[in-house]
Each structure stands twice: as structure tokens, then as C-alpha cells.
Design a protein around this ligand. Structure first.
Ligand code: NAI
Length: 347
């Protein structure tokens, strides 16, 4: 646990249990080199506690890299709550989680992630000041998904120009896996820019809406990764880029919101060997954390946030330049770049 190959060890991991509410949570602080560890809280069913711990450790390290590349004055952390098997009182459970967050005295700041909602964050406010992603009447804040989608959109746009040599997204075919909070907004941006969408989701109603609103072509969930498209945007699950899927990919560019898209580091090399450019997830999907970080610092103003999220475009361009100069894969180059930034930012 204290030194997985290739990984910086975690600074601090808290196991928080509250028998009254059934809370079992892991709060993982990977790095505070840049500032307090900032990252969302996942509420999920796990096969066992070790799997939950592993998820928290992996995700929190990813947040260190994401926050560093996004040049935020925050380190990386993440929390995982193991979903109780039977009946539970959700507000009470999140109140207990809020107290656990508070016990870290600001070393970790939480927000939404898979399985948690703005309502959960709102309820936690009574128990900790270290929570973000909260809607406020008449002010900026709340759901970070649209900002994440915008960051992925500018990344795809930049990648299409630099990698595919196209002048715009007009007529570019994009496969979208997952039409959830991020995927739907991304589909809207892409459609407006003239892209042709191929979509899938386990929720048939979302697929039908995308067909109606965007003229999207629907495919089975099992067919999306191998769809005959220019760009693949994974916006549902992690580890979708693996030994099995990579062999059948037709897209030349991959950029999507899903965290941990590469099953292993070697899969990044395999993509590169096949001439497929993978824009690392934690570079392109930083829009959400940029949003909640600004909200937390009370520097929220819609346009300023969108401008900051838009800076992801320049980072994509810089990564592609770095890759050209070094010959390394984008995944390994981004990793080295992010790790070099795991230091206190200049004031
Ligand atoms: P979501 O839960 O709203 O959407 C996920 C969508 O994927 C749902 O519509 C679901 O039905 C669909 N889906 C699930 N399994 C599928 C499968 N096998 N095939 C096709 N579709 C499937 O989640 P959200 O917020 O849109 O996030 C999507 C991904 O982006 C997640 O991996 C998340 O960790 C990541 N992410 C989200 C951020 C945010 O701001 N919401 C920020 C950074 C990363």
C-alpha cells in the first residue's frame, strides 16, 4: 500500500466508520504539495473493502495529477463511501461523512462524484466547511458537469485540428459512450459545432433523446468502442481502453470525461503504437474541479470559470507539442508533466 510501482505514496488515508448510520468511508489524501487535497466523493457498491480502498487510492492520485496540470492551488484527494447493503438514512450518512471530512481540518475538501449529488453536498454543509459543488441562489456554483463537458469539448476541438488536420468539427464523426451529466452537455456542444454523433447509453431514453435532438446514430453499448468514427469520447466508465478494445478501435483521437480510461499504463503505449492519439482523461476532464475549486475560493463568476476551463485547450496544444519533441506517448508525457508540477505553486 505504501509504494505501488510508479506511484508517489499517499500522505494520509482515513478510514471513517460510523455504526449508527452505517458509514464506511475512505478519505485518501494523496498530495498536499500544491495546497489542500481537493477531489470528489464517490458513493458506490464495492465487492469488498479492499476494492474500495484501491479505488480511493487510485482516484486520489489521479486528482493530484489533474489539479497540478490544471494549475490549481490544490493537491489531490478523493473519498469513497461504500454504499450500505440494506436500508440507510442518506442525510444521516452524509452528515457522518461530513464530520469525517471536518476531522481532517481542511487537509481534504470534498465535492460531488459518481453517486453523489448537489443535495448531498448541501446537507453536509452543516457539518463541514470543506465542501463544494453547492448551488447558490443568484450566484455561480453547483453541478460541475457542464464545465467538465466544455473542457472535453475544447480538447476534442483542438485535437481534431492538430491531430486529424481538420479545420473544424464540421462533419467530424464522434462516438460518445455515455449520455449522462457530462456526455449530454458534450453532445450538445459537438452537435452545435457540426459534428456527426454516434451514441450509446444503457439508458434507452437518453439515446432516443439524442437521436431526436442531435440526429445522432445509436449503436449497441457493445459496439461503441469499435464504431467507425474519427473521435472516441468515453464518458461513462473507466478502464474502457484495454488490450481487448484497443485492437478494434477505428477512431484516431480519443478524448472523453471518464476517469481512468486506460486499464493499464501499457494500454497507453498500445494506443500510441496503433497511431491513435489519446488525450489523457485527467487533462481534458478538469473543467469540473476548476469549477468547484473557484466556487470554494469564492471566485465564482460564470464567465471567469468558463474562461479558465477554456485554458485546457492550450494545455492540450502544449502536450501535443511536448509529445512531438520527446517522442513519448501522450499518457506518459502528461504524467511526467503533472508530476513535475506536484510542488507548491508560485504565489
Ligand atoms: P453520469 O452517471 O451522469 O453519466 C454516466 C452515463 O453513462 C449514464 O447515462 C449511464 O447510463 C451511462 N452508462 C453507464 N454504463 C454504461 C455502459 N456500459 N455503456 C454506455 N453507457 C453507460 O456521470 P457523469 O457525471 O456524466 O460522468 C461521466 C464520467 O466522467 C464518469 O466516469 C465520471 O467519473 C467522469 N467525470 C465526471 C465529472 C463531472 O463533472 N461530472 C468530472 C470529471 C470526470
Amino acid at each position: 500500500l505504501f509504494g505501488l510501482p510508479d506511484q508517489a505514496p499517499h500522505e494520509r488515508v482515513l478510514l471513517a466508520a460510523d455504526p449508527q448510520t452505517g458509514l464506511k468511508a475512505i478519505l485518501a489524501v494523496h498530495s498536499t504539495a500544491r495546497g489542500p487535497a481537493f477531489g470528489g466523493c464517490r458513493f458506490w457498491t464495492y465487492d469488498n473493502e479492499l476494492a474500495a480502498l484501491n479505488d480511493a487510492l487510485r482516484l486520489s492520485q489521479g486528482m493530484s495529477l489533474k489539479n497540478a496540470l490544471a494549475q490549481l492551488p490544490f493537491g489531490g484527494g478523493k473519498a469513497v463511501i461504500i454504499k450500505p447493503a440494506g436500508h440507510f438514512d442518506r442525510p444521516a450518512l452524509f452528515a457522518a461523512f461530513g464530520r469525517a471530512v471536518q476531522s481532517l481540518d481542511g487537509a481534504y475538501i470534498t465535492a460531488e462524484d459518481v453517486g453523489t449529488t448537489t443535495a448531498d453536498m448541501l446537507g453536509m454543509q452543516a457539518h463541514t466547511q470543506y465542501v463544494s459543488g453547492i448551488p447558490r441562489a443568484g450566484a455561480f456554483g453547483g453541478d460541475p458537469s457542464p464545465k467538465t463537458a466544455y473542457g472535453v469539448f475544447v480538447s476534442i476541438d483542438e485535437g481534431v485540428k492538430r491531430v486529424l488536420g481538420r479545420s473544424s468539427l464540421d462533419g467530424v464523426r464522434v462516438a460518445l459512450q455515455g449520455l449522462g451529466a457530462v456526455g449530454w452537455h458534450l453532445a450538445e456542444y459537438l452537435h452545435k459545432a457540426g459534428a456527426k454523433l454516434v451514441v450509446t447509453d444503457v439508458d434507452a431514453a437518453k439515446v432516443q433523446r439524442a437521436q431526436e435532438q442531435f440526429g445522432a446514430v445509436a449503436v449497441a453499448t457493445s459496439d461503441i468502442l469499435a464504431a467507425d468514427v474519427d473521435v472516441l469520447a468515453p464518458c461513462a466508465l473507466g478502464a474502457v481502453l484495454n488490450q481487448q478494445s484497443i485492437a478494434s478501435l477505428k477512431a484516431r483521437l480519443i478524448a472523453g470525461a471518464a476517469n481512468n480510461q486506460l486499464a493499464t499504463a501499457a494500454d497507453g503505449d498500445a494506443l500510441h503504437a496503433r497511431g491513435i492519439t489519446y488525450l489523457p482523461d485527467y487533462l481534458v476532464n478538469a473543467g469540473g474541479i476548476i469549477s468547484v475549486a473557484r466556487e470554494f475560493r469564492n471566485e465564482g463568476e460564470e464567465q471567469a470559470v468558463m474562461t479558465e476551463v477554456g485554458l485546457i485547450r492550450g494545455r492540450v496544444a502544449e502536450l501535443l507539442e511536448r509529445v512531438r519533441a520527446s517522442g513519448a506517448t501522450p499518457a506518459r508525457e502528461a504524467d511526467a508533466w503533472a508530476r513535475s508540477l506536484l510542488v507548491k505553486p508560485a504565489a
